[in-house]
Ligand binder design. Structure first.
Ligand code: HSE
Length: 386
């Protein structure tokens, strides 16, 4: 019998417990013995639950219990989650997390700590919810130089945009629905303003390019200024609006990384990624383009990735998964201004930069952000075209 603990009983934490219950037989068969959740750490009152006896409020119970070898950190944030993760790793326990903020902010330090204590720090659920993307990048694409990552990385904003595009639902109403469905962060600003997608593109970049890309240095724009009028103009031009996280290797080995709403051609596979689903395209110099697709948020989908990591940590108790990246000293990030693209500009633009035009909007020729601003001034509402 293997004993594990769950830190946090919110949407994902309760999902982790549910997956262990629901799929006990499959999990036991894959691991080779039963896995029991010994503790659930949460300060709130869950005394009405059938597994109320599992709940504890004192972290040191987990820390000091040698029977607990693998811990799920599904608390979120970088306060107690950071502290408890470090203490678990130092106590020789593997930690598996969905906490993208913590991985994006302190991943390099926690991975180094895991290495020093010969345990695993695994974070499949931190990007793309239930979609396998971290492990495939670490293993199946390991023989490639990664040249570009481009994707829809936030389920909440994709849900909101899908509702706006297909049902004409207002931004505010679509957000309320996404919250009710358990997709949004506690403070949905992180979703709407792109910070959540930014953390995820940083984690994928850390893995792909080997050095920390700091989310605070990455240009990040959300969807709060997108209007139903933009949606209608984009549609007339043959596009849908998607919030895209991108990281692209430049010829000199440096990286452009950013999050911004884009116009995506209706013929692109990313345009077909609807509702809470995420789609992540990765370009490797040997494999070419591959795409990962699935539910990017939600209780059981995200929990499935956390539990699979816990099973992997159990299987690799004696031989940890080698994963690490640098502390950011390579300074890989390039200023975004130099990255050329075509642009959607609501309103008018000088003929010299226009590629296509309809009543109310323009698609420009490929150009840098600086050149666009010189041509049309502030260009409020302009979006890159993918
Ligand atoms: N709020 C996040 C999203 C949850 O909507 O994608 C999954 O990371």
């Amino acid at each position: 019998m293997i004993q594990v603990a769950i830190m946090g009983h919110g949407t994902v934490g309760s999902g982790v417990y549910a997956v262990f219950e629901m799929n006990a037989r499959e999990i036991s068969r894959a691991v080779g013995q039963p896995v029991e959740v010994k503790y659930v750490l949460d300060l709130r009152d869950f005394s009405s639950l059938p597994y109320a006896d599992k709940f504890i409020t004192d972290f040191s119970v987990i820390e000091n219990d040698p029977e607990v070898t693998v811990v799920a950190e599904v608390m979120g944030g970088v306060g107690a989650a950071y502290e408890f993760t470090k203490r678990c790793l130092k106590a020789g326990k593997s930690v598996c997390t969905s906490n993208k903020e913590l991985v994006a902010t302190h991943g390099e330090e926690l991975l180094a700590l895991a290495k020093a204590h010969n345990v695993n720090y695994l974070f499949e659920a931190s990007v793309g919810g239930g979609i396998p993307v971290i492990r495939p990048m670490m293993q199946c694409l390991a023989a490639n130089r990664i040249d570009e990552i481009c994707g829809i990385l936030n389920g909440t904003t994709n849900y909101i945009l899908s509702e706006m595009i297909h049902k004409g639902v207002s931004f505010e109403d679509a957000l309320k629905q996404a919250q009710a469905l358990g997709y949004a962060e506690n403070d949905p600003t992180a979703d709407i303003e792109g910070h959540d997608a930014c953390r995820k593109i940083c984690i994928l970049s850390d893995l792909a390019f080997g050095d920390k890309i700091d989310p605070n240095e990455v240009s990040c724009q959300g969807i709060s200024k997108i209007t139903l009028k933009d949606v209608a103009l984009a549609d007339e031009l043959g596009y849908v609006i998607k919030l895209i996280g991108r990281a692209k290797r430049a010829e000199n080995g440096k990286i452009y990384a950013f999050v911004a709403p884009h116009l995506v051609a209706k013929s692109s596979p990313l345009a077909a990624v609807e509702e809470v689903f995420n789609g992540i395209m990765v370009t490797g110099n040997a494999v070419g383009e591959v795409m990962f697709y699935g539910q990017g948020a939600g209780k059981l989908a995200t929990a499935s990735a956390v539990v699979a990591d816990m099973m992997d940590a159990i299987a690799h108790a004696d031989k940890r998964r080698p994963v690490e990246w640098g502390d950011g000293s390579e300074k890989l990030l390039l200023p975004l201004d130099a990255l050329e693209s075509a642009w959607y500009v609501p309103g008018e633009a000088p003929e010299a930069i226009v590629d296509r035009k309809i009543d109310g909007a323009v698609i420009t020729k490929p150009m840098t952000a600086n050149a666009l601003h010189e041509a049309v001034g502030e260009a409020a509402g302009a979006m890159r075209v993918l």
